[in-house]
Design a protein around this ligand. Structure first.
Ligand SMILES: NC(=O)C1=CN([C@@H]2O[C@H](COP(=O)(O)OP(=O)(O)OC[C@H]3O[C@@H](n4cnc5c(N)ncnc54)[C@H](OP(=O)(O)O)[C@@H]3O)[C@@H](O)[C@H]2O)C=CC1
Ligand SMILES: CCCCCC/C=C/C=O
Length: 315
């Protein structure tokens, strides 16, 4: 499998397991199945509400010593209500406690959006902090402080546009090591990918299969299906593979990480096995032609009338 390399030489397997929407009562088993099947990259976040159960699974697997902690890359993310500088390290320590870990491999600022500390999901403009109350550079500096303290090995961001990366990079000496963003054939983000590559920022693709299990309130009417796209299904048939495997392999070809979510044993294993598929130039050309700038995870749930975050993505 392809690996992504950090600036200090550390590496992470391109394919990891996503855990957003993985239900309590299922997520721990999914993580254990993944680690026992060969996954060495797990994507978590405090806002997924399931880190404690993921932590139980880590504890069980690492205590068995069949998989070593140091061989697994574990990511978590700072939620939007902990951007104030005094809140960053306590939020990180809570994730470490829930995940039963001494350190994270990667900690990301989840969104370039700041809520008041008491707010989990904003309902009105009053629920946001202003840029003066929570300057992103102060949040970033605390991420770097967490790295200095050895609580995390690498730090990065998520859902950052080129414009927002440039603002951050203009004010810091240590630029993000990762940008985790939505990426799939309908949203190829070639410009962002090029910018990140030029600046040695690794990229991880989220919602690579189209995030079909989002709650209805987060879905647009008549969303296009990636898994049922006729080009993808045709290529899948040609390679005797599933549509999901083609989508995952395509991300690997582009040099990004990719973190498909599943709590189903068969699909967890199937997704990892996509590493064994080989796509040809014609497949890649046909998939490149599917780009249509379509987002599944729009960030609309952060928009309240009049707040200043209406265009999270600057596009
Ligand atoms: N940084 C950020 O802001 C974000 C990060 N993420 C991260 O990315 C991960 C993946 O994205 P997510 O939005 O969850 O969606 P995905 O694109 O990974 O899609 C998940 C859906 O696909 C199904 N599925 C999984 N494998 C297959 C397969 N081989 N064939 C058919 N269906 C399949 C899953 O069902 P089942 O479980 O039943 O298999 C689930 O319904 C998240 O879980 C999270 O870790 C996601 C969104 C935003
Ligand atoms: C309470 C969960 C809200 C999720 C918002 C979007 C983030 C998705 C995945 O990371």
């Amino acid at each position: 499998m392809n690996k992504l390399k950090f600036r200090n030489g550390d590496e992470v397997d391109a394919i990891g397991l996503g855990t957003w929407k993985s239900e309590k009562g299922k997520v721990g088993e999914a993580v254990k199945i993944a680690l026992n099947s060969g996954y060495r990259h797990i994507d978590c976040a405090s806002t997924y509400g399931n880190e404690a159960e993921v932590g139980e699974a880590f504890s069980e697997i690492f205590s068995e010593r069949k998989v070593k902690r140091e061989d697994v890359h574990i990511t978590s993310k700072l939620w939007n209500n902990a951007h104030k500088k005094e809140d960053v390290i306590p939020a990180l320590k809570q994730s470490l406690k829930d995940l039963q870990l001494d350190y994270l491999d990667l900690y990301l600022i989840h969104w370039p959006v700041a809520f008041k500390p008491s707010v989990a999901a904003p309902k009105s403009d009053d629920d946001y902090l202003s840029l003066q109350e929570a300057p992103i550079i102060e949040t970033w500096n605390m991420m770097l402080e967490a790295k200095k303290q050895g609580l995390v090995k690498h730090v990065g961001v998520s859902n950052f546009s080129i414009k927002k990366l440039k603002i951050l990079m203009g004010e810091t000496e240590e630029v993000p090591e990762m940008n985790q963003v939505e990426l799939h054939p309908y949203l190829q983000q070639n410009e962002l990918l090029k910018f990140c590559k030029e600046n040695r920022i690794n990229v991880t693709a989220f919602s690579p299969l189209g995030s079909g299990d989002r709650p209805d309130g987060m879905k647009a009417d008549n969303e296009p299906s990636l898994l049922e796209n006729e080009v993808i299904t045709k290529i899948a048939k040609k390679h005797n593979a599933s549509a999901g495997q083609i989508l995952i392999k395509w991300s690997e070809y582009r040099g990004t990480g990719v973190i498909p979510k599943s709590t189903n044993e068969g699909r967890i294993k199937e997704n990892l096995e996509s590493a064994n598929i080989k796509l040809d130039e014609n497949d890649l050309k046909e998939i490149a032609d599917l780009d249509r700038h379509f987002r599944y995870v729009t960030g609309e749930f952060f928009v309240t009338e009049g707040n200043s975050y209406e265009n999270i993505y600057d596009d």
